[in-house]
Design a protein around this ligand. Sequence first.
Ligand code: PHE
Length: 527
Amino acid sequence: QLILDTLDKEGTIKDTRTLTLPGHKDLAASHDSQIIILGALNSLSSRDMISYTTQETISHVLTPEGASIALNGSHEARVWAALPFKGEGDPVTPKDLEAKIGSEIAKVGQGRAFKSKWIGKEGNGLVKTVSSIEDVTQQEMREIDSTGTLKSGEKALAELRKRKLIVQRKGQWFTVQKGPAFSTSTAKPETDLTVDMITSGSWKTSTYKKYNFEAEGIPTNGGALHPLMKVREEIRNIFLEMGFAEMPTGSFVESGFWCFDSLFVPQQHPAREVQDTFYLSDPSTSLPPPKDYYDRVSTVHEHGGYGSTGYRAPWSEAETRKLLLRTHTTASSSAMLYKLAARCRGEEVDPNNDGLATHSGSTQRGKGDSGADATGFRPAKLFSIDRVFRNETMDATHLAEFHQVEGVVADRDLTLADLIGFMRVFFKKMGIENIRFKPAYNPYTEPSLEIFAFHPQLRKWVEVGNSGMFRPEMLEPMGFPKDVHVHGWGIGLERPTMIRYGINNIRTLVGHKVSIEGVEKSPAVRF
Ligand code: PHE
């Protein structure tokens, strides 16, 4: 109000240090009052009632020691005052002087008082040698206290700073002008136009708060996709634009037959042990798989066939019937490939509902067209992104459940070069340009390749996936012709998500420690 009234009277305020704040009379020029003034200026200028410019100053304030001198006099003046005039009383010994005015003041003050020839020695004691003194230090302290500076100038100020009696302080003061919405009324501007304002006509004279186009708005309430699901969507789009169809993968529970045996994983393989795989206790066994196929699978394991010697190890039907939480989505891929080979086995299949896909990419066939050739085979590109389970020790980067991204391509005469070329294209679409391959081993693929990507932040090659050409021991018992080759690859969903979102502990992403707010605010992902 003071600012507005002063502007109203004088047009401008050249220097806010000249404003006298009610209740702050002595502080008009002080640091604190300029801070109070600045608060008022900001609030008035946000309403366009005023505008102001800031001026910087350097002023001085007293240290506690300086303040004590302003009040009680300098050390030397106090020494002088504590002594008798020469010949008018008993000289005071230095020891008595210390007892009288304090040892610190007595010691420092004596030196200065001697230097100014204010005091002298008389026997063992001290006496005044001049009848009056001028306490310049005290005067300077008082001047600085009220004006923030000294008329005598910087040299004297520097001396006092060195004596630690004053310190510099940066200050501000302001020049103020009227703004476009100047008024002497500080009534709060309206933020809403109400029915009352319209009927009473008060809207004509009201002042209104300006729109703040920078305001972020109130967050909306609503569902939010988890970061993993955002990355899944992005990867799903890559598959769909490359003409893949999404396999139905809702069956988290599989049998040992589909998860391992159909994939030519030997029954003695360590991955099948309870330390690695979660088995179900109730129910604990599955229905039997199709009889003919089961026989061909058990034969290729036990005795070989299709050019293979097989494992020639004991075969247990109980092992194939155990129910488990699938350890990889390749269990679903296997079941889908078995379906894809149905016509090759001479089975009837509804061309409009072959059970292979939930989402389809661009190579979807026409209605009623099975796409199959004379042998009953048709090429297929299938993918899945879903959950798998492993009995792992959990740490910052491992959980007992995670997501796999998997793609399989079936066609005649596919080669390893097709697989490599395909993965280069796929990873490039994910923004990963630099990949290389390392020979690896999977029971169901030969050759097998591990995929490594160069991580530009970590500046090293990190393993991102696993791949290979499915073995004839897996494909031929399903009924595929010999020249139908299938390649497949799998990558994790969690690692690319953690890299995308800069998360280094999996528990920040999955589990009870996940922040709902973090999920709600997680940005969209674009590869
Ligand atoms: N099932 C493999 C894994 O869990 C990935 C894979 C899929 C490998 C298809 C080859 C072919 O790592």
